[in-house]
Design a protein around this ligand. Sequence first.
Ligand SMILES: Nc1ncnc2c1ncn2[C@@H]1O[C@H](COP(=O)(O)OP(=O)(O)OP(=O)(O)O)[C@@H](O)[C@H]1O
Ligand SMILES: [Mg+2]
Length: 272
Amino acid sequence: MSATSAWVSHFGLGSSPFSKEIDDADLWLPSSKHALVDQLSDALSEKASVLLTGEPGVGKTCVLRALRHRLPQAGFRLTYCHNATLGRRDFYRQLCLALGLAPSATAAAVFYAVSSHIEELGRERVHPVFLLDESHLLHQDTLDHLHILLNYEWDSRALLSVILVGLPELEDRLAMRRNRSLYSRLHWRLHLDPLVPDDTGEYLRTRLEAAGASREIFVSDAVAMLHEATVGAMRDLDRLASAALREAARKKKKLVERDVVARVIDRDSRED
Ligand SMILES: Nc1ncnc2c1ncn2[C@@H]1O[C@H](COP(=O)(O)OP(=O)(O)OP(=O)(O)O)[C@@H](O)[C@H]1O
Ligand SMILES: [Mg+2]
């Protein structure tokens, strides 16, 4: 959405307030998210591997971005992998490309290239971190193999951290007998909860202020309704709050009240 959209200027904003294009430095970090970023950062300082789960749209990927912003550049090499739907060989080829290595033809050669690179970084005192987003989609043959990637010098050295991020069912899957070698190596198991009602108000306010709002736009009843409809998922909140702003602007209202939000929620649920 361009900054010149009629509804954006109707509310005196400089940009679309609920866009996903936020700079890492501008991410909203209430104390609950701050604590999570601290925990992730502690885990990486200990060279540990992590499981991070949460429902869709609660802000998992944004927490990874906040972590990227927070970690000292020197000392860590973060590699973000978002295509979890690949078979093992293509998964490692993707990893090679992300690491700037030439992907070799055979699975063994690709694996060797990745693990040699990790050992080399270890010698340079740089700790590599693989962020595997959407890990609930990982193929079983990739999951079967991941713990081998964490094994250096007879499993005596922690040269790599893996952060597996995904929906709550990822934890159920990892807890299965077949995946216990990997699961037992994920020493930090963190969960991102949906927003609580006060968070929802603060989130809306923070993002509106960042887009240039200088006054309240959503009345408190409207915020409560949005919270109830989204059960604390921010991506849904982005969609419904934007729709409510557009609807209020169409009706030439400067405040978003219950009736507008009720209409937007109703329309949204009928579209599903
Ligand atoms: N800390 C934050 N600051 C500002 N906006 C945020 C923050 N966290 C989430 N959001 C908003 O919520 C949207 C969804 O967040 P995010 O993509 O991180 O969710 P997710 O948990 O990774 O979802 P999924 O499981 O579907 O991948 C973002 O596009 C952004 O607009
Ligand atoms: Mg995500």
